[in-house]
Structure formats: C-alpha cells, structure tokens
Design a protein around this ligand. Structure first.
Ligand SMILES: Cc1cc2nc3c(=O)[nH]c(=O)nc-3n(C[C@H](O)[C@H](O)[C@H](O)COP(=O)(O)O)c2cc1C
Length: 214
C-alpha cells in the first residue's frame, strides 16, 4: 500500500513538473493612452471635443492588457514614445493622422524587453484611423520574431480589427500569428464582467488561459 502511495505521489510530482515546464512564457506588450477619448469617460465642458469625447484615467487597451495578464499570468509592458501623445482628443487625432500619412515609426521610450525570455508575445493596441498605431510597428520591427507566437488584441469604437492583423503580420515575418480579439473600448472601460467573459472565452480557445495549480 505504501509503495502504491509513493508511486502515485511521484507520478503527481512528475506531472506537475512537466506542466510547469510546458507553461508558455507570455509577454503582453501594448500601446494605450489615458486622457480624452471617444465615447468614454467624463467630458470636460471646456473641451472642444466634449460632445463626443470624455476623460479617462486609464486607457481602454491597458485595461484589457491587465485583465489578460491576470488570466494568463503573462508579464505586462507598456509601449510608449519619446514624444508623448497628447491628452487632448482633437490634437491626438491630428498626430495619429500625420504618423499614418508618413507611415512613421515613432521612436520608443525606455528600454525594450528582452524577448528571448518569452515564447508568446501578445500585442495590444487601439484602432487609430482604421489602422494600427505606428509605434506598434516600431516595436515589432525592433525584433526578429521568428519562432515566436504572436497574438494581437485591440480595442476600438466600431472598426473591429479593421485590417490591422495583416499590418502586424507584415511587421513580424516568421512569427506564428494566432487568432486575435477586438473589444469595444467602451466595454473595456465600463463593463469589467463582460470584458473578462470575452477574454476568457478567447484565451481558452487559443489555449493561453492560465492553468490552475495542481
Ligand atoms: C486618434 C484616434 C483615432 C481613432 N480612430 C478610430 C477608428 O478609426 N475606428 C474605431 O473604431 N475607433 C477609433 N478610435 C477609438 C479608439 O480605437 C478606442 O477609443 C480605443 O479603445 C482607445 O484605446 P486606448 O484607450 O487604449 O488608447 C480612435 C481613437 C483615437 C484617439
């Protein structure tokens, strides 16, 4: 009986070790800005954009990224630019339009993460003018992502993924692209339960949900 117990115990330990070893190392890198944005937050009556934009303390995509980190156990990295984006919504529209027209690669601030430490890179961003924010492309093009799994997720106010996945793929040749998800920014900002529900279903499907400890 004792022998059987010892055998089962060893088996459990081995299984546990194997599961721990096979858990992918996940980085969740994202672009997101607080400040004035479309269809969310509390409007400042003095703002020129008050009719359609309010002020938020934390960006919609950041909220999604933080929930993904909870659900997967991944590490977070906020991609920021040397020249910060304006809080003011009208100025932000102009800045994003210029970067898009120039197909710019804005210089990123701070030290970039070492991707050797990760198997899976989740890349998060808002839709800007129906496109991928240019700093996302700067980030992806700073690496050789061959052999990595790349998982896009984004927030938006009606455009869905809006063709951004092909832009992401073009900036990350050699990466294996997994199915992404698009979540409305207003849902991320105002409905935590729904956001978690959508993310859980998606992460389950692409097998990135954190496994409960045995
Ligand atoms: C400059 C700019 C352009 C935008 N263009 C679009 C767009 O084309 N389609 C869309 O659905 N939402 C658009 N939005 C809304 C954002 O995608 C949405 O609010 C997103 O959740 C913002 O994410 P963040 O708070 O993480 O920055 C735009 C927002 C900004 C600031």
């Amino acid at each position: 009986m004792k022998k059987l117990f010892a055998f089962v115990l060893v088996l459990c330990l081995l299984c546990g070790a194997a599961m721990a070893e096979s858990a992918p190392r996940i980085l969740i890198a994202y672009v997101s800005r607080a400040g004035e944005n479309y269809n969310v937050g509390v409007a400042d009556p003095d703002s020129a954009s008050a009719a359609y934009a309010g002020y938020i303390e934390k960006g919609n995509t950041q909220i999604v990224a933080e929930t993904i980190a909870e659900l997967t156990g991944g590490d977070l990295y906020h991609i920021t630019t040397v020249e910060p984006y304006p809080d003011d919504y009208a100025s932000m529209l102009t800045r994003a339009r210029e970067e898009l027209d120039d197909n710019a690669r804005p210089e990123l601030a701070g030290e970039l993460p070492n991707l050797d430490d990760y198997d899976v890179i989740m890349i998060g961003y808002p839709i800007w003018h129906a496109a991928t924010p240019r700093p996302v492309l700067t980030f992806l093009e700073s690496y050789d992502l061959s052999g990595k799994k790349l998982v896009p997720f984004n927030t938006h106010e009606g455009s869905g993924q809006s063709g951004t996945v092909s832009e992401i793929a073009a900036s990350a040749p050699g990466a294996e692209l997994l199915d992404g998800i698009a979540i409305q920014g207003k849902v991320a900002q105002e409905n935590d339960d729904r956001t978690r529900e959508l993310l859980t279903e998606w992460l389950d499907k692409i097998k990135l949900i954190r496994q409960a400890k045995p």
